[in-house]
Design a protein around this ligand. Structure first.
Ligand code: SF4
Length: 326
């Protein structure tokens, strides 16, 4: 059996420790990092952290962005949701299945992760771990070096590829044992534990449910959910208003060819995007919203669609409250 393994690497402390423990046992390590449309750090965070760790240890990193197929799982998970819209069990099955493909491609003999028994309520319970292993076709092939002493020996342990006596028995939600181990292993540079996944955020989950209800589930629709204030006009028609300069820029970058962008001409204000049905009513509504969140007062000229101009009064608070998506 090859002394070669694929590690799931987020770049956080647990997965970094797992990599270090495997390297110390002479395992040839390849790591894989997943970027989902719901990562809070798609533009830099996780990806950069995974790259930093892989460079520090001089190991091969495969970055695996996932899109529509992952959204389909989030919409209809076989094993249901956690507290919000997080289908953690299905998500882990998906990721392990992809990691298994990579393991087979490079002829590695097992997978390892930084998972800690009992650290996360949904996917890191013993029964969930077993289910995930079965469903991804990886029974006895997922080694969890931080909790291995509490789990039944996996194939690499049974076959002597890794020394079980040098693995750990950490469990629970406290990160103190991992921090102590990091000090002992000389790992000093690791990110603080952030949520990392918007699906666990109740506000985002509400937006996502609303979007699914209206049949908006493309990657473009999901990306737009992350920014701005959202207003529903009808099925597949909504308006998004930037809340700051950064969001204005991001909303502009996510505009599709069919969307319209609005901006108040004579006073500072937000970028406003209309997606869906572009009839006179929806155009006036988008312009009135754009005016409402600008610094201007009274009737305002609002530019849209490159060179068109419409005059709009700021929308009333009553109207705004009727259409806003919380
Ligand atoms: S928190 Fe998000 S990324 Fe993590 S397992 Fe759950 S659904 Fe997947």
């Amino acid at each position: 059996m090859e002394k070669k393994a694929v590690g799931l690497l987020s770049g956080g402390l647990d997965s970094t420790l797992a990599v270090k423990l495997m390297l110390e046992q002479g395992v040839e390590v390849f790591v894989i990092n997943f970027i989902t449309p719901f990562c809070t750090c798609t533009r830099k965070g996780c990806k950069l952290e995974a790259r930093r760790v892989s460079e520090e240890f001089s190991i091969n990193l495969k970055i695996n962005p996932v899109g529509e197929e992952y959204i389909a799982i989030v919409k209809n998970p076989k094993y249901g949701y956690g507290k919000n819209m997080n289908p953690c069990i299905d998500c882990r099955i998906f990721m392990f299945s992809r990691a298994k493909d990579y393991m087979e491609e490079i002829k590695a003999s097992f997978i390892f992760t930084g998972e800690v028994l009992g650290e996360r309520p949904m996917s890191q319970r013993l029964s969930a771990m077993r289910l995930i292993e079965r469903e991804s076709g990886l029974e006895d092939r997922i080694l969890r070096p931080l909790s291995a002493g509490l789990l039944k020996p996996t194939i690499p342990e049974r076959e002597g590829i890794v020394d079980r006596a040098r693995l750990f028995s950490i469990q629970g939600r406290s990160r103190k044992p991992q921090m102590k181990l990091a000090r002992e292993l000389g790992i000093v540079d690791y990110p603080c534990p952030a949520g990392g996944c918007r699906l666990t955020d109740s506000n985002f989950a509400e937006r996502l449910r609303e979007s699914f209800r209206h049949g908006e589930e493309s990657l473009g629709d999901i990306n737009l959910l992350k920014y701005g204030r959202h207003f529903r006009l009808q099925d597949r028609t909504k308006v998004i208003v930037g809340r700051n300069e950064n969001e204005n820029a991001l909303i502009c970058s996510l505009k599709s060819v069919d969307d319209l962008l609005f901006e108040v001409i004579d006073s500072p204000g937000p970028v406003t995007l209309l997606r869906g049905n572009k009839n006179p009513e929806s155009i006036l509504f988008a312009a009135a919203l754009c005016a409402r969140y600008s610094d201007g007062e009274g009737k305002l000229r609002v530019g849209y669609d490159d060179n068109k101009v419409i005059t709009a009064e700021p929308i009333t608070e009553d109207e705004l409250q009727k259409q806003i998506i919380r």
